[in-house]
Design a protein around this ligand. Sequence first.
Ligand code: DAT
Ligand code: MG
Length: 139
Amino acid sequence: MAIQTTFLMVKPDGVKRQLIGDIVDRFERKGFVLKGAKLMQISQELAEKHYAEHAEKPFFGELTDFITSGPVFAMVWEGENVISVARLMMGATNPSESAPGTIRGDYSTTVSHNVIHGSDSLASAEREIGLFFNENELH
Ligand code: DAT
Ligand code: MG
């Protein structure tokens, strides 16, 4: 048994396309538990911190512009191996390679607009939850 928590976020494209309900539904039906959630606008500063590992990549400017282009739906989820299982349910980063049935596989065609973010490790989950949520916002 490894009960974990992870940080998931519907990106601005997913919010605009009204996919929040479907995405929340998938994780609830799987059996994961929602611990916190909010619709919010990401600042430039938070975008740069959140994606700091990609600061040297050629797409970094495009990435921070996109993630600040409209509201996101930030969430914390809990459950058995939720970090890796949520990544499986999201599908591969590049929607050209994500399997049908996954969120990215079902709803996106381009890597720069791939609908959802999910933490990729225990350390990044802890770091990202701390960046986006206060203790009193988690239940
Ligand atoms: P993931 O979001 O699956 O963890 P990542 O951490 O490698 O993927 O990249 C973060 C985001 O950056 C990704 O969701 C979309 C964007 N991205 C990644 N590679 C890209 C590329 N080659 N061109 C444009 N955007 C890219
Ligand atoms: Mg990543």
